[in-house]
Ligand binder design. Structure first.
Ligand SMILES: Cc1cc2nc3c(=O)[nH]c(=O)nc-3n(C[C@H](O)[C@H](O)[C@H](O)COP(=O)(O)O)c2cc1C
Length: 208
C-alpha cells in the first residue's frame, strides 16, 4: 500500500514550504541572467524558478525573491531599465554559473570577477555571456508581485535569440547537444538523462 505524508501548506513555516516546492518542481532549467545597473556595471546570476510562458511573442518568466527585504541586483536592474539577457546554462559552465549565485555586493560585477567573456547585446544594452550557446535578449513585459510580496515574477519578451551555429539547424535548437543543466532540490544539479523520441501529436503553434 502506498503511504503519503500529507502536509497542509498553511501549517508550514516559509522555509519548509520552500524546501517542498523546490523538491517537487524538478528538474528546473537555469536562466543565467545578465543585467546592467545605472552605472553600466554588468551583473550575472542564476535563477531556476524560470520557464517560458508564452510563444507569440516568446516570453520568459523568472521569479526573483527578496534578499534581507531588499531587491536582488538582477531585480533592481531589470526594474531600472527594463532589459535583461537570459543565457542558457550548460554543463561546461556549471562552476562559474553556480559561483555567480553567491551574494556579491552590487558594486562587484560577477562576469569580471569570474573572468566571463561578454558579447554586446544587439537589441538591448545588456551584454550576453559568450560561453552560453543560447542567449535570449529580453525586454521586461511586466512584473507581478506574488503571494506575501517576497516573490516577484518578471516576465520578459524575447526580442532576439542568439544560437551557437553548431546547435542550430533549420529553425531548431539541438537541445540534446546543448547539454543544459537543471536544478533539483537542495544543492543538486542534473544533466540530461535518458532521451525518449516520440512523434508530436499536436499541431505546432504557428503552423496552422
Ligand atoms: C542554481 C541556482 C538557482 C537559483 N534560483 C533562484 C531563483 O529562482 N530565484 C531567486 O530569487 N534566487 C535564485 N537563486 C539565488 C540567486 O542566484 C542569488 O540570490 C544571487 O546572489 C542573486 O544575485 P544578484 O543579487 O546579483 O541578482 C538561485 C541560485 C542558484 C545557484
Amino acid at each position: 500500500m502506498t503511504r503519503f505524508i500529507t502536509l497542509e501548506t498553511a501549517a508550514l513555516e516559509p522555509e519548509e514550504r520552500y524546501k517542498l516546492v523546490i523538491g517537487a518542481v524538478v528538474p528546473r532549467p537555469v536562466a543565467w541572467i545578465t543585467s546592467v545597473n545605472e552605472q553600466g556595471l554588468v551583473n550575472a546570476a542564476p535563477f531556476s524558478s524560470y520557464n517560458y510562458v508564452c510563444h507569440a511573442p516568446p516570453m520568459l518568466a523568472i521569479n526573483i525573491g527578496l534578499r534581507e527585504g531588499e531587491l536582488k541586483d538582477t531585480a533592481r536592474n531589470i526594474m531600472a531599465n527594463g532589459e535583461f539577457v537570459v543565457n542558457v546554462a550548460t554543463e561546461s559552465m556549471l562552476e562559474p554559473m553556480h559561483a555567480s549565485g553567491a551574494d556579491y555586493p552590487p558594486e562587484v560585477s560577477e562576469p569580471a570577477e569570474l573572468g566571463l567573456q561578454l558579447l554586446p547585446g544587439q537589441f538591448v544594452r545588456v551584454p550576453r555571456l559568450a560561453a552560453s550557446p543560447v542567449q535570449m535578449e529580453c525586454r521586461l513585459e511586466r512584473a507581478i508581485a506574488l503571494g506575501s510580496g517576497f516573490s516577484t515574477l518578471y516576465i520578459g519578451e524575447v526580442v532576439a535569440f542568439h544560437v551557437d551555429e553548431a546547435l542550430y539547424d533549420q529553425g531548431r535548437i539541438d537541445s540534446v547537444r546543448m547539454r543544459p543543466v537543471a536544478r533539483l532540490g537542495g544543492p543538486l544539479y542534473a544533466g540530461l538523462g535518458t532521451i525518449w523520441n516520440r512523434p508530436i501529436l499536436r499541431t505546432l503553434p504557428g503552423s496552422n
